[in-house]
Design a protein. Structure first.
Length: 163
């Protein structure tokens, strides 16, 4: 039951991701949340998910410069690793203030692949196992060896045997 819930949740998340992926090509999507000292932006566009975070030791309202969307200097870039890019940045503001920023870009095909992997494997496992058992002359239901069996049913589980 838990397994089924996990499979359904992962599948829905995967198809949700695929939907965002497609929509992001037509219209860039952006969500942002801002507090006094922190800005968090989540955006989807051109097949990528971007997480951007900025925090400041200063109040945004008292130092409008930190509010500026321009990416501060002194950034360190990592990646891409499988299309994942990470940028870290720090900038000094005024006398004692500092802004810390981070930007993570993850390709949506990677998110989709990770989410769909387990549901797809679970979905394909049944047919693959049945075909392998049929080829080896085993009962497709329980795997019992049916060599020499002419009764038309599996003696182990009672399922009807074809041919
Ligand atoms: Zn059987």
């Amino acid at each position: 039951m838990i397994r089924r819930t996990v499979l359904i949740t992962l599948s829905l998340a995967a198809f949700g991701t695929a939907g965002l992926w497609l929509i992001g090509y037509m219209t860039p999507l952006t969500w942002s949340h801002q507090t006094k000292t922190r800005l968090v932006v989540i955006a989807v566009s051109d097949g990528e998910l971007m997480l951007r975070r900025r925090s400041s030791t200063l109040d945004w309202r008292s130092s409008p410069a930190t509010h500026d969307d321009a990416w501060p200097l002194k950034q360190v870039k990592h990646g891409p690793y499988l299309g994942i890019r990470l940028e870290l940045a720090k900038a000094s503001v005024g006398e004692a203030g500092a802004i810390y920023g981070s930007k993570t870009v993850i390709p949506l095909w990677l998110v989709f692949t990770l989410l769909i992997f387990y549901p797809a494997a679970a979905f394909l496992r049944g047919p693959v196992r049945r075909r392998r058992r049929r080829r080896r002359g085993l009962c497709v239901q329980c795997g019992y060896n049916l060599t020499g069996n002419t009764s038309g049913t599996c003696p182990e589980c009672g399922v009807a045997v074809a041919g």
